[in-house]
Design a protein around this ligand. Structure first.
Ligand SMILES: Nc1nc2c(c(=O)[nH]1)N[C@H]1C(S)=C(S)[C@@H](COP(=O)(O)OP(=O)(O)OC[C@H]3O[C@@H](n4cnc5c(=O)[nH]c(N)nc54)[C@H](O)[C@@H]3O)O[C@H]1N2
Ligand SMILES: Nc1nc2c(c(=O)[nH]1)N[C@H]1C(S)=C(S)[C@@H](COP(=O)(O)OP(=O)(O)OC[C@H]3O[C@@H](n4cnc5c(=O)[nH]c(N)nc54)[C@H](O)[C@@H]3O)O[C@H]1N2
Ligand SMILES: [Mo]
Length: 819
């Protein structure tokens, strides 16, 4: 990479074009802090990105015991040397001055520093009291998609077999619960069918509610390089915003938010009507085609055009591209997963692939994407509402098998009901049945919907909360015990990206102060609690990351996510390896389902499924009758309008999401100078027509109000569809001046406005379907909106706003939190 390329102004860097079926060329990106040179680097330590799900492999540069930069790993299958802006700059947050360096406990209403023994003893004592008084159901664990596999597996064993609680879930519920659920509904089991290398072979790539350019920028570089090369693919983009993906699409459909199912039903209808289906594939590998066809008979493009508010001709055009594809790759993310018919819509994308026979071949498949770096591990390890190794909680043989591995009685593992989803855990805490909540690696006081309510729940006296984090986040400020964690590059472990590639991240430097790796904290708790198996041996029989990995391998043996062919040694030598990886396929398997559907048979499947509209469970008997041969299930779904619709008081559809430069609640990217300067403060997006209707202009301070609450930000006029307002959800309160507080006029966390509601099937909350109004607070005095210009928030009139750059100009523009 040319060093003079400003990777804030040009997030995707230079192009390295390539043709269909060719190998993606190498390009090595790196960033060293000012003053550091490659010669002065003492060690390069392997890792993969922790700020999204793409799994970009990199080496961390260490000099004098400090991280001084990063460099992409050219040999790795995922990124072939490339890094995105967050990968390049985000590591600086590890060195922030306000890292937590000692445990804190609440004494007399205040959090005060203490030693590890005091903090851990307090947690163990409270656990014992509650177990005695109220039993395991009074204890809940809410974890993350940002720790390592070894952490989740250990937490799962502790929570499920040690404490015996069913209340363990991850923030992956907000993130990839629908990806998991859609894969389970269609293929009987979780597991990403496709591979990133399918981008090299596809002639059509369809992106549904996925702003890949901003959220997986390195994957987008691969798409851009194909677009610039010979025989480029055509893109279909479904997104109400004019994202960088939409700008490069052959067809951009910008539907009303929450209408994905209507649109997908029409696409399926049109493809079936015109006979562009692979009948042999459908016959050999699926059940349910007849029902699907019947259900779709009235779902014409004209019908959907009305619901989605897009021209019928455009839907036909998209159906022609998808229907005519030789090699079709589809990707799905939050524009689908965070709406009221999330699983229903995601399954229709699976159906598109199946009826066209586009599965298990190069260039053909679906990426039901993940978001967080290790969301996949949360799912595999059973820390996300499933049993480890994609086992079925309703199948006694699966529970028995797990009990054998853990050497406990099957009755020790709660399986009387599905594992409790996150929002239900908070509901139990609200009602008072959950009395202790241990939060690891997530910041619910900014990231959960309907923050007023979450603040009340976590603020309760009677709820004992433990927060394990790197910083004193909004959530940590309300905790009873705060545990300082070591993070990426300060601890060792593995993470698995969205295309099943496993990377080893090794410890490069010491954590600050007394901060400890998450795994060590969990092992300490297991030992203080004296958790034992049925022979009286320690339940958690491992002592470090590598031995935890070895234990997990046994749990994964023979399952879809088989890790038994991997070792730390092999990951060190080979870089990323995809699962399944067993002795018979030591290099991993690139695509699932190359020889038919493997995990949907009634005895093997992870779930018997649910009704896509109501979420009601399908019984084992029904499933055996429906799918005796273990094929893929083509599940139909009828469109149901969003629960909260617009009206005179709340005339705009409210959607929320991300920008390229920030990660979630900004605990890391807000502490990274280049990234924070690129997007320093909250903003609000509407279209030019909507601005005219509201008599507001670029840079005006506006307020967005929903039935739950309001937030303020400066207005940016973008190419978003009319009738829609977009809020980035990154901005909380840890770095705002005193006036900007929830409830006060300066509230800025988008989740003040979002609704307590979820998809009935995956239980994923709805961050992208609600109603709101917009009002003017104060005209701009010439100040422009702080929104980036390089992204979906690009202004319609580029002359009015200075471009986002990463040099001194951007730093000067940094407003440091003032609106
Ligand atoms: N820069 C950056 N990258 C990230 C993250 C980050 O915070 N910052 N987070 C990571 C994580 S955890 C995740 S989950 C992913 C998320 O990655 P994405 O899903 O790509 O990101 P979002 O911005 O949440 O939503 C994507 C798009 O959905 C569109 N959308 C909204 N409503 C609808 C609808 O009804 N239908 C359709 N079709 N589209 C709709 C929005 O306009 C938005 O452009 O990103 C990962 N990568
Ligand atoms: N309105 C709206 N809300 C949303 C979304 C949306 O699109 N719109 N998206 C949702 C999605 S997809 C997601 S994934 C969530 C994300 O929501 P959160 O997970 O709550 O957001 P993060 O800021 O990533 O919080 C992670 C926390 O873990 C800490 N951390 C980082 N590394 C480590 C580590 O190694 N160990 C420990 N112990 N802690 C660590 C960080 O400092 C941070 O406080 O937000 C959801 N909320
Ligand atoms: Mo996510």
């Amino acid at each position: 990479m040319r060093p003079e390329v400003d990777r804030i102004a040009q997030p995707w860097g230079d192009r390295t074009p390539y043709g269909r079926g060719e190998t993606w060329p190498l390009r090595v990106d790196s960033y060293l802090e000012p003053g550091a040179t490659a010669d002065a680097v003492e060690r390069w330590v392997p890792a993969a990105s922790l700020l999204h799900s793409n799994g970009d492999a990199m080496d961390v540069a260490v000099a004098h015991g400090r991280i001084v930069g990063v460099r992409g790993r050219p040999g790795d299958r995922v990124n072939r040397g490339r890094l995105g802006p967050k990968d390049l700059f985000g590591w600086q947050a590890n060195q922030a001055e306000d890292r937590l360096t000692t445990p804190l406990v609440r004494d007399g209403g205040r959090l005060v520093p203490c030693g590890w023994d005091t903090a851990m003893d307090r947690i163990a004592a409270r656990t014992r009291e509650l177990l005695d008084e109220s039993g395991p159901g009074s204890i809940g664990f809410y974890t993350s998609g940002q720790l390592f596999l070894e952490d989740y597996y250990t937490l799962t064993v502790i929570a499920r077999a040690g404490i015996g609680t069913n209340h363990l879930d991850g923030n992956t519920r907000l993130c990839t619960a629908t990806a998991a659920e859609a894969l389970k509904e269609t293929f009987g089991c979780d597991g990403q069918p496709a591979s990133y290398s399918d981008i090299d072979h596809a002639d059509v790539v369809a992106l549904f509610g996925h702003n890949m350019a901003e959220t997986q920028p390195v994957l987008w570089m691969r798409v851009l390089d194909r677009l610039e090369g010979p025989d480029p693919p055509r893109l279909v983009c479904v997104d109400p915003r004019l994202t960088p993906v939409a700008r490069r699409a052959a067809v951009h459909l910008a539907p009303r938010a929450g209408t994905n199912v209507a649109l997908l039903d029409a696409l399926l209808h049109e493809i079936i009507r015109t006979g562009r289906i692979d009948r042999d594939f459908v016959e050999a590998h699926t059940v349910g085609f007849h029902e699907l066809t019947e259900r779709l008979s009235d779902c014409t493009p004209a019908w959907a055009a009305d619901i989605c508010d897009i021209p019928a001709g455009k839907i036909v055009e998209a159906a022609e591209i998808i229907g005519g594809a030789e090699r079709l790759l589809s990707t799905v993310l939050q524009g689908v997963y965070q709406s009221h018919q999330a699983t229903a819509a995601a399954c229709q994308v699976n159906n598109l692939q199946l009826i066209r026979g586009m599965l298990g071949r190069p260039g053909c498949g679906v990426l039901q994407m993940n978001g967080q770096p290790s969301a996949e591990n949360t799912r595999e390890c059973g820390a996300n509402g499933d049993l480890p190794g994609f086992r079925n909680w309703e199948n006694d043989a699966h529970v028995k098998d797990l009990a054998r591995i853990w050497n406990v009685d099957p009755s020790r593992i709660p399986h009387y009901a599905p594992p409790t989803p996150a929002l239900q855990i908070f509901r139990y805490a609200e009602q008072g049945s959950i009395r202790m909540l241990w939060i690891t690696g997530t910041n619910p006081l900014v990231s959960l919907p309907d923050l007023h309510r979450i603040r009340d729940i976590l603020g309760q006296e009677r709820l004992f909360t433990v927060v394990q984090d790197l910083y004193l986040t909004e959530t940590a400020q309300l905790a009873d015990v705060v545990l300082p964690a070591a993070t990426w590059a300060e601890k060792t472990g593995t993470l698995t990206n969205a295309d099943r590639t496993v990377h080893l991240c090794e410890k490069a430097v010491d954590p600050p102060g007394q901060a400890r790796p998450d795994l060590d904290i969990l092992l300490d708790y297991a030992s203080r609690m004296d958790l034992c198996d049925k022979d009286g041996h320690p339940l958690v029989g491992w002592h470090d990351a590598e031995s935890a990995f070895e234990a997990w391998k046994e749990c994964s043996r023979g399952r879809a996510c088989d890790y038994t062919g991997m070792t730390y040694e092999r990951l060190r030598d080979a870089g990323g390896i995809q699962w399944p990886c067993a002795q018979d396929a030591p290099d991993g398997i690139e695509r699932l389902y190359t020889e038919g559907i493997r995990w949907a048979a009634p005895d093997d499947c992870e779930t018997y499924g649910k009704d896509l509209v109501t979420g009601a469970s399908v019984s084992e008997t029904e499933y055996r009758a429906l799918n005796p041969g273990g094929k893929a299930v083509l599940k139909a779904a009828e469109y149901v309008p969003p629960h909260e619709t617009t009206d005179e008081t709340y005339p705009l559809q409210l959607i929320t999401g991300r920008t390229l430069y920030h990660f979630h609640t900004r605990t890391k990217t807000g502490r990274t100078p280049q990234l924070n300067a690129a997007a320093p403060q909250m903003w609000v997006e509407i279209s030019a027509a909507e601005a005219l209707r509201h008599d507001v202009a670029e840079g005006d301070l506006v307020e967005v109000t929903s039935p739950r609450g309001s937030v303020r930000g400066r207005l940016r006029i973008t190419g978003i569809r009319d009738g829609t307002v977009f809020l980035p959800f990154h901005y909380g309160y840890w770095d705002t001046p005193a006036g900007h507080r929830p409830g006060a006029q300066g509230a800025r966390a988008a989740n003040e406005t979002t609704i307590t509601d979820w998809d009935p099937v995956s239980k994923q909350p709805l961050f992208k379907t609600a109603a709101a109004r917009l009002t003017l607070v104060e005209r701009s005095d010439g100040t422009v909106s702080p929104a980036p210009t390089t992204t979906a928030s690009a202004p319609v009139d580029p002359h009015k706003v200075p471009p986002t750059v990463g040099g001194p100009a951007a730093v000067a523009r940094q407003s440091g939190g003032a609106l």
